[in-house]
Design a protein around this ligand. Structure first.
Ligand code: FAD
Ligand code: UDP
Length: 768
């Protein structure tokens, strides 16, 4: 392929060193990450291709790419310009100090098939980071121009001389030479943007025509391509070969499907086909109609019958020499890649000049040059004043970012050290296409109408009631929390009523004078045998200590029931976000006024960013540099597995309370998400003392230590501490959301502002 990036970079390479960083290629599992580079002989462009071992996951991948990029740039001198064709390259390159950052936005990538979920968020960051943005067409410019102060439309241009060779073709390529005339052709990537039904209808309607399709089949199953005797798929061809094929066609085609993925495209092939002297028949792509719709040579038709009719007309036109071609040439005469390149280069020069002037001005005002020189590693984003810096894009941080911007019009810089939003609730599709929770199973449940109503603004819901089985006595699966069914199954009894079950449990329960610990709670309700069977081993594994050493609140989370309700939770609202947590978070933080930077440490922005107030949702002891010692947090190691089978276990979670099994529970996500697919993904949870902080450990002395940090926090009123880690509370998602909403209300009240309440649940559901 020789397309817009190649045309432009070839020209930039005439005056600068250009490195083209490609998508990584897979290398054998276990091999070290490497970078290969080659120099294009004609242009001098260096193409750098990382090789990463198969199976390397998200964060490790980004770290490896960052390492390779830094190593490549070490020792390179001169001014660095960054030029992005996709926001997906940002996570490993955002730290580079550049004199100018360009985003050449060729397409609305988020609308493409298999677009990664983080793309939208990364694109927002890229808009924030870029000094100048170019768009691949006018429609795209219209869609993006409000998102950046310096956006310029640059519809794709054409190498006219190259394609004009099609007008003189004498000798045809072998695989096309024998095809009967007339011929109508398409070249380009064959993917979800092509209207395959239309192609089939055209082939069926005109069996005497040859339809020639050139190009790689990408993202769609080649088996789904229509097969007809007069439909010829000749595969991918090089840029150099295209004019010879084009010269052998009467008419060129653009049978694009009209949908989200084609809404903003500005197909380069339109001016190429026309340079080759071929009439074009296209479906109504907005930019084609807008720029070329007035030409007699370009026929636009919406449905199959009119498309076929338009092909008839185009064929007739192709046989006429004359005015139609003159009009084409006159329109193309203003288009050239040289011209596009020159104008883009000018925009870059403007950015560099403005920087230079700002530097000189500051120097003349006496600031030392060191304050202005870009640091080697600088946080993403231009320095602009923010009202709030929010550290952590989990529930606490994202809710506050959304509220402060949407309700109070604040400007918020939201950072997270992880490369994604959502905190521990983050979910993603894994390599097998299964939606899974990276940090273990997250089930949403709440009794708070306010919280449910609030979150309903950012997601639709899938009703889901969580059920858990415990695997006891070496393989028996019984309902957990313990209920009447559990007792009947374990003891071979036939307890019929709640009173029966109550009496049964009462006969086993041991009276405890004052219930203080997690052991007391359970023993006083169900007795020692059931305690040991269900709670002792699980808790020892989960917390690394005996239930007698843990606050009663821990096991009190799990009730004992005398009825047969086998749901894990009994809250009023129980549901999963229909499109996943990550999508919900994306919607939440997608607010004018929120600048999101991922993969960024608080430390990195603390002194760089210009902000008035801070909201901190990370561990509170970390914020105060562990001044009074470390607060204990329990961690987990997640062992994720994707299995080539539709199901693994009968319910979403099976607990393994015996101490011999090294993990505590196994979760299978499809039960929660309702996703239909052939594979399934499960997660084993291995508790651990080391690793990310997940659980505050509820013990009196830890609470006492936290109180010392809380006292420090109270002495720091310009910082709000919110969330599970910052307030050292074993909080569920809904509780953190409620806590963040309450914090917001306090902030708003302090400013004397009236808070507009979230829409009602009924309105939210209706709107969805
Ligand atoms: P987090 O989600 O931890 O977000 C804090 C963010 O801050 C993180 O992304 C972190 O990277 C970032 N951060 C921290 N320090 C820094 C720094 N210095 N610089 C930059 N970024 C920083 N709750 C339920 O309601 N239902 C469930 O089923 C459920 N299951 C759970 C299962 C597991 C295994 C775990 C661990 C928790 C579960 N929870 C569940 C609890 C839920 O995860 C939390 O209540 C919720 O995610 C807390 O949100 P938060 O914003 O306080 O913290
Ligand atoms: N617990 C247990 N056995 C179980 C389930 C829970 O001993 O089968 C105890 C354990 O100490 C656990 C606590 O109850 O940490 C709270 O359980 P929950 O399911 O609420 O834990 P989370 O989902 O927060 O990890």
């Amino acid at each position: 392929m020789f397309q817009r990036p190649q045309h432009l970079m070839t020209r930039f390479a005439q005056t600068r060193k250009v490195v083209f960083w490609e998508e990584p290629m897979p290398a054998p599992a276990g091999s070290p990450p490497t970078l290969s580079s080659k120099v294009c002989p004609d242009s001098g462009v260096i193409v750098a291709t990382p090789q990463l071992p198969e199976g390397m996951d998200g964060e490790a991948r980004e770290a490896a790419l960052k390492g390779l990029l830094d190593a490549m740039l070490a020792g390179v001198e001169g001014t660095l310009l960054r030029w992005y064709y996709t926001p997906m390259m940002l996570p490993f390159s955002r730290h580079l100090a550049a004199a100018c950052t360009v985003y050449d936005c060729m397409d609305e990538l988020a609308n493409f098939k298999f677009a990664p979920p983080e793309l939208t968020i990364l694109e927002r960051e890229l808009f924030d980071l870029a000094d100048v943005v170019f768009t691949g067409g006018y429609s795209l410019w219209e869609a993006k121009r409000d998102r950046h102060p310096n956006v310029h439309p640059f519809p794709s241009s054409v190498d006219r001389a190259h394609f004009a060779k099609a007008r003189l073709v004498r000798e045809e390529p072998q695989d096309q030479a024998s095809l009967p005339w007339p011929r109508l052709g398409f070249y380009g990537v064959v993917d979800e943007r092509m209207d395959l039904d239309l192609l089939a209808a055209l082939a069926d309607a005109r069996p005497e025509w040859s339809l020639v399709i050139l190009g790689p089949v990408v993202k769609i199953d080649p088996e789904t391509l229509p097969k007809r005797p007069n439909l010829h798929y000749l595969g991918g061809k090089t840029y150099d070969e295209l004019p010879r094929y084009l010269g052998g066609w009467n008419v060129a085609l653009m049978p694009f499907a009209i949908n989200e993925s084609t809404r903003f495209i500005s197909p380069t092939k339109t001016p190429e086909y026309l340079s080759g002297g071929r009439p074009v028949v296209s479906t109504p792509i907005v930019d084609v109609v807008r720029h070329y719709g007035d030409l007699e040579a370009v026929k636009v038709a919406e449905d199959a019958p009119s498309f076929i009719e338009a092909c008839d007309k185009a064929l007739a036109l192709s046989r006429l020499k004359g005015d139609w071609l003159k009009a084409v040439d006159s329109k193309l005469s203003t288009l050239s890649w040289d011209e596009t390149f020159t104008r883009m280069n000018l925009e870059i020069s403007r950015v560099l000049l403005a920087r230079e002037q700002a530097r000189n001005e500051a120097m003349s005002q006496g600031a030392g040059s060191s304050t202005l020189a870009a640091p080697a590693i600088r946080p993403a984003g231009r320095n602009k004043p923010f009202d709030y810096l929010i550290v952590g894009a989990g529930f606490a941080g994202s809710v506050l970012a959304e509220r402060l911007t949407s309700q109070l019009g604040k400007r918020v810089l939201l950072v997270d050290r992880r490369p994604h939003v959502g905190g521990n609730a983050y979910d993603e599709k894994d390599a097998g296409g299964v939606l899974m929770h990276k940090y273990g199973p997250h089930i949403f449940h709440t009794n708070s109408e306010e919280v449910f109503r609030y979150l309903s603004q950012f997601t639709r819901w899938r009703p889901y009631e969580h059920r858990v089985l415990a695997c006891v006595r070496g393989g028996l699966h019984v309902p957990m929390p313990i209920n009447r069914t559990t007792l009947n199954m374990l003891y071979g009894v036939n307890l019929q009523t709640e009173a029966d079950a109550e009496a049964f449990l009462a006969s086993r329960a041991e009276p405890v004078e004052k219930i203080r610990t997690s052991e007391d709670v359970v023993i006083s309700q169900v007795g020692r045998e059931l305690y040991e069977m269900f709670f002792r081993g699980y808790t020892r594994k989960q917390w690394g200590m005996d239930p007698s050493e843990l606050d009663k609140a821990v096991t009190a989370r799990v009730p004992t029931r005398t009825n047969t309700d086998d749901r894990y939770f009994t809250d009023k609202f129980q549901a999963m976000p229909l499109d996943g947590y990550t999508r919900m978070f994306e919607n939440m933080v997608d607010q004018k006024g929120v600048t999101l930077q991922l993969g960024v440490e608080y430390e990195d922005v603390r002194d760089e960013a210009d902000f008035d107030r801070l909201i901190f949702t990370g561990p509170i002891d970390e914020y105060f540099d562990h001044r009074y010692g470390k607060l204990p947090y329990r961690s987990l190691r997640f062992q994720h597995e994707t299995l080539d089978q539709p199901w693994f276990q009968p319910v979403a979670v099976v607990n393994y309370p015996n101490e011999e099994t090294p993990y505590t529970r196994v979760s299978e996500y499809k039960h929660m998400t309702g996703q239909q697919c052939d594979k399934t993904t499960i997660t084993y949870e291995h508790p651990s003392a080391e690793g990310d902080p997940y659980y505050p450990v509820p013990r009196p002395e830890n609470q006492a230590l936290y109180k010392k940090y809380e006292a420090l926090a109270l002495e720091t009123p310009e910082v709000h501490f919110v969330g599970r880690l910052a307030t050292y509370r074993y909080y569920n998602m809904d509780q953190v959301t409620g806590q963040a909403l309450a914090t917001f209300r306090r902030i708003a009240e302090r400013e004397g502002r009236t808070v507009i309440q979230a829409q009602t649940a009924a309105q939210a559901i209706a709107a969805n």
